[in-house]
Design a protein around this ligand. Structure first.
Ligand code: LHQ
Length: 265
C-alpha cells in the first residue's frame, strides 16, 4: 500500500477511503481515479460494508483535477478535456450515485473544482469549519463538471448556482451549511469523531431500506408527483418485505432497540 493514492480502512461495517496525495492537495490523476473507483466498487459489493466515508489526507479534501498531470486533460497537447470526464469523473459520480448504501463525505479542507462536486455527489456531506468549497472552473476557463451543473441548482437553487459557477469564489463550510449545500459544518477538531459516529450509526441502520430511499430520492428529480407516488408504492412493497422491516416493527412493539442486518433477505 506504499504508493497508494487512496487509503482504504475497514472497521465494523464502515469502509473509509482517504484521498492520499497530500503534497498535491489530493489533486486527481488518472491513477487516483482508478484506485478510487475500484475501492468504491469493492465497498459496494462487500455485504459487510454498510457505510462508506470519503475524506482527504492532509490539509485539503482535494484540489480537483491535477492541472500538472503529464498527458492529462489540461496538458496543452491534450485537446479533448471532455474525454477525461467521460473516462474518469463521470463514471465516478455515477458510481457514487448508484451505490445503494450511504456514502458520507468528510470535507477536511478545501474542496475545489471537480472535487467539490464529487463531495456533493455523496449522500451526507460533513465539512470542517475551516474547509471551503470552490467551483474553481471559471478561474481557468472551464465549466463546472463532475455533476456540478446538475447538483448545484438542485441543492441551493438557480441564483446561488449561477453565483458559485460564475464568480468562482470560495464558499465557507458555514455558508455551505446555511444555504443547504451540505448537511453539516463541524469544528475542525471534531470532524473525524463526528463522522466516525455517524458512520457507525449508519452501519447499524437498515442498509437495504436506505439504499431504496436513495434510489427514490434520485428518481424524484425527473418524476412527476404521480410517478413518484407509484415508485414509493413499489419500493415500499420491497422494503416492507425485508427482514429489517419486520425487525424494526417488532423492536418498536417490544420497546427494544432494533438489530438490523442491512440485508435484502
Ligand atoms: C495543485 C492543484 C491542482 C495540481 C493545488 N493540480 N497541483 C476535469 C477534466 C477535464 C478538464 C479539466 O478539469 C477537470 C476538473 C477540474 O477539477 S478543473 C479544476 C482544477 N482545480 C483547480 O483549478 C484548483 C486549483 N488550485 C487552487 O486554486 C488552489 O491550490 C486551492 C484554492 C485549492 C488551494 O490554495 P492554497 O491553499 O493557497 O494552496 P496552493 O495553491 O499553494 O497549493 C499547494 C500545492 O498544491 C501547490 O504546489 P507547490 O509545489 O507550489 O507547493 C499547488 O501547485 C498544488 N496544487 N491545486 N489542481
Amino acid at each position: 500500500m506504499g504508493n497508494a493514492t487512496v487509503l482504504i480502512a475497514r472497521e465494523a461495517g464502515v469502509t473509509r477511503l482517504t484521498l492520499n496525495r497530500p503534497d498535491k492537495l489530493n489533486a486527481f490523476t488518472l491513477g487516483m481515479h482508478a484506485e478510487l473507483r475500484a475501492a468504491f466498487e469493492a465497498a459496494g459489493a462487500d455485504p459487510d460494508c454498510r457505510a462508506i466515508v470519503l475524506t482527504g489526507a492532509g490539509r485539503a479534501f482535494s484540489a480537483g483535477q491535477d492541472l500538472a498531470e503529464a498527458g492529462g486533460p489540461t496538458d496543452p497537447s491534450e485537446r479533448d478535456s471532455g474525454s477525461r470526464l467521460e473516462k474518469a469523473y463521470n463514471p465516478l459520480v455515477r458510481l457514487i450515485a448508484s451505490l445503494e448504501k450511504p456514502v458520507i463525505c468528510a470535507v477536511n479542507g478545501v474542496a475545489a473544482g471537480a472535487a467539490a462536486n464529487i463531495a456533493l455527489a455523496c449522500d451526507l456531506v460533513y465539512a470542517a469549519r475551516s474547509a471551503t468549497f470552490l467551483q474553481a472552473f471559471a478561474r481557468i476557463g472551464l465549466i463546472p463538471d463532475a455533476g456540478g451543473t446538475w447538483v448545484l441548482p438542485r441543492l441551493v437553487g438557480a441564483a446561488r448556482a449561477r453565483g458559485l459557477a460564475m464568480l468562482a469564489e470560495p464558499l465557507s463550510a458555514e455558508q455551505a451549511e446555511a444555504c443547504g449545500l451540505i448537511w453539516k459544518c463541524v469544528d475542525d477538531d471534531k470532524l473525524e469523531a463526528e463522522v466516525a459516529a455517524v458512520a457507525r450509526k449508519l452501519a447499524a441502520a437498515p442498509t437495504y431500506a436506505l439504499g431504496l430511499a436513495k434510489r427514490a430520492l434520485a428518481a424524484s428529480s425527473t418524476s412527476t408527483l404521480g410517478q413518484q407516488l407509484d415508485l414509493e408504492r413499489d419500493l415500499q412493497r420491497i422494503a416492507g418485505a425485508s427482514p429489517d422491516a419486520k425487525e424494526g416493527v417488532a423492536a418498536f412493539l417490544e420497546k427494544r432497540a432494533p438489530r438490523f442486518t442491512g440485508r435484502k433477505a
